[in-house]
Design a protein around this ligand. Structure first.
Ligand SMILES: NC(=O)C1=CN([C@@H]2O[C@H](COP(=O)(O)OP(=O)(O)OC[C@H]3O[C@@H](n4cnc5c(N)ncnc54)[C@H](O)[C@@H]3O)[C@@H](O)[C@H]2O)C=CC1
Ligand SMILES: O=C(O)[C@H]1O[C@H](OP(=O)(O)OP(=O)(O)OC[C@H]2O[C@@H](n3ccc(=O)[nH]c3=O)[C@H](O)[C@@H]2O)[C@H](O)[C@@H](O)[C@@H]1O
Length: 463
C-alpha cells in the first residue's frame, strides 16, 4: 500500500519505517530540512534501538524515502498519517497548530483519488471531525476521503518492538472503506507475521467512533500515569512505616486485576507524553464543566515526587548550599536521548536554586551539547561525574549504571552517598562499595558502608 507519514519525529519515523519493513511503500514528510537530509542519508535523528537497521533495510528495498515536499507525499499516499507534535501550551491545553497546518496542506494537495487521512498524533477529543472540516475547506469540491483516528501506544526505548507487538490497534471512524483499508495495512502486524512470538493470537483491532478512539489514547496514558503516582504515594507511606515498596508492588501486581507493570516507584513520570496528555485531559474536562480531581491529584503527586531526592539529600547532608550533587542519568527514561520534561532537569534546577552545584552524566548527552541549565556541568563518564561530589542521585535507570565501579566512584567522592531514585541498584553491593544507600520507599534498605567506616574523606577533586 502507498503510505505517506507527515511529521517524521519519534512516532512518524518509527511508524513509517515499520510500515515499510512490512512491505508498504512509504514516503516520510517533514518540514525540518536538516532532519530530512539526515534521514535521507539513513541516519535516525533519534536514539531508538533497532530503528536504523529497519530504516536501512527499507531504504535499500526502496520502500522508504523522505522529503520536505508535502504535496509529493500527499499525492503518493493512499493512506496519509498525520504524526506531527502536539505539545502542551502553558495552560495545559494541547497545541494543535501543527496538525491544523498539515490538515490544510493535505486539503490543498488532494488530487481526487480516494485517501484515508489518519490522525496518529495525540489530539484533543473532537479533532477527527475538525481535521475533516479543515481538509474539506481547503480541498476542491467533492474530493473523496475519510478521516480515521489511530492513536499510538508505543513507548520510547522500545518503539520498534512495540510497533510490531502491540497489545491492540485502535481505529476510530465511521468510514467502512477506510477501516477496511487500515485493517489491511496492519495485517502483517495483527497476524503476528513480524511479532517476537509468532504463536501469539492475532492482535485485537478495536473499531470505535472517532471521539472514543481519541479518548482511549488520553485515558490510557492518564491511567498509566495515575498508576505510577499511586505507587509513588504508597512508596512515600512505606518510607514512613518501614515497609518496602518493591515487595509491596510485587505482592499487589500479582493480582491479575492490578497487574505488575507500571508499579515501579521512583522520582516520577516525565517525557513528552504523560505530562502533556494528562494536562490536556484535565483541561478538556474543565472546558466541558468537569473538574478531574483524581487526575489533578496524580499530577500533584508527580510534581512533589520529582523533588523527593532533595528531601532525601537534605536528610543526609543537611543544607545543600555549597554541596556538589551528581546526577546519574538525564533522559526521562533509559534507551532514548529524549530530554523532554525529564525529571532530572527539574531536579537539577531545584538543586541549583538551593545553592548546590549540579553535575550530570548520561550516556546520550555529550558535554559539548549540554541541556539548558547544565552548561559546563555534563561529565563525559561516571568517574569524572563522581569526583568531588557530596552525593550521587540515580535518576535514569540506564543498564550500564548497574555495573559501574562503585568502589572507585566512592573513593573519589567528598562523601559516598547515593540516592537511588529508581530503586535500580542493589543496596548491599553499594554498601559493600562504601556508599550510604538511600532508596525510594525502602527505609529498610538505608544501607550504610560496611565496617570499617571510610577513613578521612577523600579530598574533593574539581572536575
Ligand atoms: N513520542 C512518543 O513516544 C509518542 C508520541 N505520541 C504522539 O505522537 C505525536 C508526535 O509525537 P513525537 O513524534 O514525539 O513528536 P516530535 O516532535 O518528535 O515530531 C514531530 C515532527 O513533526 C514535524 N513537523 C512539525 N510541523 C510540521 C509540518 N507542518 N509539516 C511537516 N512536518 C512537521 C517536526 O519537524 C518533527 O519532526 C504527538 O501528538 C505525541 O503526543 C504518541 C505516542 C508515543
Ligand atoms: O503517548 C506516549 O507518548 C507514550 O507514553 C508512554 O510511553 P513513554 O513516555 O515513552 O515511556 P514510559 O515507559 O511509559 O515511561 C514514562 C515515564 O514514566 C516513568 N515510569 C514508568 C513506569 C513505572 O513503573 N514507573 C515510572 O516512574 C518513566 O521513568 C518515564 O519517566 C506510554 O507508555 C506509551 O504507551 C505511550 O504511547
Amino acid at each position: 500500500m502507498r503510505v505517506c507519514v507527515i511529521g517524521t519525529g519519534y512516532v512518524g519515523l518509527v511508524t513509517g519505517a515499520c510500515l515499510a519493513h512490512i512491505g508498504h511503500d512509504v514516503v516520510g514528510v517533514d518540514n525540518n530540512a536538516a532532519k530530512v537530509a539526515q534521514m535521507q542519508a539513513g541516519i535516525s535523528p533519534i536514539v531508538e534501538p533497532g530503528l536504523e537497521a529497519i530504516m536501512a533495510g527499507a531504504m535499500q528495498a526502496q520502500r522508504l524515502a523522505f522529503t520536505t515536499d508535502i504535496g509529493a507525499g500527499v499525492r503518493h499516499g493512499e493512506v496519509i498519517f498525520i504524526a506531527v507534535g502536539t505539545p502542551a501550551l502553558p495552560s495545559g491545553e494541547s497545541d494543535t497548530r501543527a496538525v491544523e497546518a498539515v490538515a490544510r496542506a493535505i486539503g490543498i494537495h488532494l488530487d481526487g483519488s480516494y485517501k484515508v487521512i489518519v490522525n496518529k498524533s495525540t489530539v484533543p477529543i473532537g479533532s477527527g471531525d475538525w481535521v475533516r472540516m479543515l481538509v474539506s475547506e481547503n480541498a476542491a469540491p467533492n474530493v473523496d476521503f475519510d478521516v480515521v483516528s489511530n492513536p499510538e501506544f508505543l513507548r520510547e526505548g522500545s518503539a520498534v518492538f512495540d510497533t510490531f507487538n502491540p497489545d491492540r490497534i485502535v481505529l476510530g471512524g465511521s468510514g467502512r472503506r477506510a477501516v477496511a483499508l487500515m485493517k489491511k495495512l496492519y495485517e502483517p502486524i495483527t497476524q503476528r507475521q513480524v511479532a517476537a512470538e509468532a504463536a501469539l493470537p492475532p492482535v485485537p483491532v478495536v473499531v470505535t467512533d472517532l471521539a472514543s478512539a481519541e479518548m482511549i489514547k488520553y485515558a490510557a496514558n492518564a491511567f498509566l500515569a495515575t498508576k505510577i503516582s499511586f505507587i509513588n504515594e504508597v512508596a512515600n507511606i512505606c518510607d514512613r512505616v518501614g515497609a518496602d515498596v518493591q515487595q509491596v508492588a510485587l505482592g499487589m501486581g500479582l493480582d491479575s486485576r492490578i497487574g505488575g507493570k507500571f508499579l515501579q516507584a521512583g522520582l516520577g513520570w516525565g517525557g513528552s507524553c504523560f505530562p502533556k496528555d494528562v494536562a490536556a485531559l484535565v483541561h478538556t474536562a474543565c472546558d466541558y464543566g468537569y473538574e478531574a480531581k483524581l487526575l489533578a491529584a496524580a499530577v500533584a503527586v508527580n510534581r512533589s515526587q520529582r523533588y523527593l531526592a532533595i528531601e532525601k539529600l537534605r536528610q543526609a547532608l543537611g543544607i545543600l548550599k555549597g554541596k556538589t550533587i551528581g546526577l546519574l542519568g538525564l533522559t526521562f527514561k533509559p534507551d532514548t536521548d529524549d530530554l523532554r520534561d525529564a525529571p532530572a532537569l527539574a531536579l537539577a534546577a531545584e538543586c541549583r536554586r538551593l545553592g548546590a552545584r549540579v553535575k550530570a552524566y548520561d550516556p546520550t548527552v555529550r558535554p559539548e551539547r549540554p541541556p539548558a541549565g547544565l552548561e559546563a556541568g555534563v561529565a563525559d563518564c561516571p568517574e569524572s561525574l563522581a569526583a568531588g561530589c557530596d552525593a550521587l542521585v540515580l535518576v535514569t535507570e540506564w543498564a550500564e549504571f548497574r555495573t559501574l565501579d562503585y568502589a572507585g566512584l566512592a573513593r573519589s567522592m567528598a562523601r559516598a552517598l547515593i540516592v537511588d531514585g529508581r530503586n535500580f541498584l542493589d543496596p548491599q553491593i553499594l554498601a559493600a562499595a562504601g556508599f550510604t544507600y538511600v532508596g525510594i520507599g525502602k527505609p529498610g534498605a538505608k544501607a550504610a558502608p560496611a565496617a570499617p567506616e571510610k577513613a578521612a574523606p577523600v579530598l574533593a577533586i574539581a572536575s
